[in-house]
Design a protein around this ligand. Structure first.
Ligand code: AMP
Ligand code: ZN
Length: 496
């Protein structure tokens, strides 16, 4: 079965066929973080979803070019720069660094390109110039440059490709300057915002006077620069469908006259304890907040990967405990498999290379059947797993194949019916699917920095014979879900 995905553009599930005539290369653009704060767990749901799409495509043998922009200038950022009295770079640099650290904690593959809006001002200006030359953009009396929806539609282009818009009820001809607005106020939107005193030092010289780009044009300029005027996949959270992605289509197709993106994928939102995340409700979690509670990246990644990307996901701390238990089941099974395969019990499962070389599940099935296998060890896991993900990334079904496999392996291990070769083949099968899941082996777990510092503090207290403090730290660690284990290399933290 080939890969099928729900395309927001056609509002239907479609077979995935890359634009590349050789069917090999795939261009994928994911709207990246707006670096004005630490990314929250909802943002991470969307970024982990992007990582899953990329990993699955790579697993199927596609050569993916993954681009994720860094939005380092837009309305919210300017407001915060003004309020904190810092420079733009100083302010965004801190959150950008945190973003890349978090990306690593969640074991997301690093995008091949992470362009910054502030480093693409020339490309943005040239795109706006093209739109002006084609009569689709104009400079208004306030000095800003706007995209004319009327002129765009007049050229036979459709505004409202991702979202059906009823132009009889909309106030066209008006202008909107802010980066975010609702569909009820659809209007000519800003491409270049003329400098105003509130912008402080954040401005660039441009053909229309000093100013800064609008948010939407940033993504059109960076995506087309790196991936060309037409590319395969564009991803983001569902809140970006309108106006951000609709405006990206209008700007890009308006400037190039070419079809912009073949498949638009949108991830549904994450709620926390059934509610929209908000600081006042006390249900607002950054990744760091969860690490400080003693959870680890692997557990958070697992939980974010349990629900289908088009379903709203209800995140709970209880769910994270469940993630811990589910991973423990997998780890225990893998540990026993390693023993059966004669590998070191605590060593990583990396027995054989993990890159899948073939595109079809059938080829994978053939590749993974151990020669002369009579007992039929469940090495067809990658093929069944791939079939599930090929069905519009049906992750629940994919996890179903994983836990079925765990059950079957446990049964065969209990019966002592797995040969060393079969155990090795089963581990290879696991490695292949983990190249998509990215949950890793338990000994690859990184201890959160805060907890490592606590462990050091405990050692220092013991050395100073302050046993009361040492015990208090041990209890604190335990409350966060970690125990101290003495090893020949000294004390280590282990997840309970
Ligand atoms: P931002 O940094 O605000 O530009 O958002 C980065 C990504 O996170 C975008 O793709 C958003 O659509 C997505 N996003 C924002 N809030 C949520 C949420 N609660 N659940 C899932 N994705 C979200
Ligand atoms: Zn974007």
């Amino acid at each position: 079965m080939g890969l099928k995905l729900f395309n927001t553009l056609s509002r239907s599930i479609q077979e995935f066929t890359p634009l590349d005539p050789a069917g090999k290369k795939v261009g994928m653009y994911c709207c990246g973080p707006t670096v004005y704060d630490f990314a929250h767990i909802g943002n991470w749901r969307t970024f982990v979803f992007g990582d899953l799409v990329r990993r699955h495509l790579e697993f199927k043998g596609y050569a993916v070019t993954h681009v994720m922009n860094i939005t380092d200038v837009e309305d919210k950022i300017i407001k915060h720069v003004r309020e904190t009295k810092t420079s733009l770079r100083e302010f965004t640099g801190k959150y950008e660094a945190a973003f890349f650290e978090d990306l690593k904690t969640l074991n997301c593959r690093l995008p091949h390109h992470t362009p910054h809006a502030t480093e693409h001002i020339a490309e943005i200006i040239s795109l706006i110039e093209k739109l002006i030359a084609r009569g689709i953009a104009y400079q208004a009396a306030d000095g800003s440059v706007y995209f004319s929806i009327e002129k765009y539609r007049g050229c036979g282009c459709t505004y409202g490709q991702l979202l059906k818009l009823n132009f009889d009820e909309l106030r066209t001809g008006e202008r909107v300057k802010s980066d975010e607005y609702a569909k009820e106020s659809v209007a000519d939107f800003a491409l270049w915002k003329a400098r105003v005193p509130e912008d402080g030092d954040v401005f660039w010289p441009g053909p229309w006077g000093e100013g800064r780009p609008g948010w939407h044009i940033e993504c059109s300029a960076m995506s087309t620069k790196i991936l060309g005027p037409s590319f395969d996949l564009h991803l983001g959270g569902e809140d970006l469908i309108f106006p951000h992605h609709e405006d990206e289509i209008a700007q890009s197709e308006g400037a190039t006259g070419k079809h912009f993106v073949k498949y638009w994928l949108h991830g549904a939102h994450l709620l926390v304890e059934g509610k929209k995340m908000s600081k006042s409700l006390g249900n607002f979690f950054t990744l760091r907040d969860l690490l400080a509670k003693g959870f680890i990246g692997r557990e958070i990644r697992y939980l974010l990967l349990t629900a289908h990307y088009r379903e709203t996901f209800n995140f709970t701390l209880e769910g994270l405990q469940g993630a811990h238990a589910a991973l423990a089941r997998i780890d225990e099974c893998l540990g026993k498999l390693r023993e059966a395969a004669g590998a070191p019990a605590s060593g990583p499962a990396r027995t054989v290379g993990v890159q899948a070389s073939a595109c079809s599940g059938d080829t994978l099935k053939r590749e993974l059947q151990p020669a002369g296998s009579e007992t039929g060890a469940p090495t067809d896991l990658p093929a069944r797993f791939t079939d599930a993900l090929d069905d519009d990334l049906n992750i629940s079904a994919a996890w179903g194949t994983v836990f079925e496999w765990v059950r079957e392996i446990n049964r065969q291990l209990a019966e002592n019916s797995l040969s060393t070769a079969e155990a090795t083949a089963a581990l290879t099968a696991w490695d292949k699917i983990d190249s998509v899941l990215g949950i890793g082996a338990p000994d690859e777990i990184e201890v959160p920095a805060g907890l490592a510092a606590l462990l050091e503090a405990r050692q220092a207290a013991r050395k100073a014979k302050d046993f009361k403090r040492a015990d208090a730290i041990r209890d604190e660690l335990k409350a966060k879900g970690w125990v101290i284990e003495d090893t020949h290399k000294g004390p280590k933290l282990k997840k309970i």
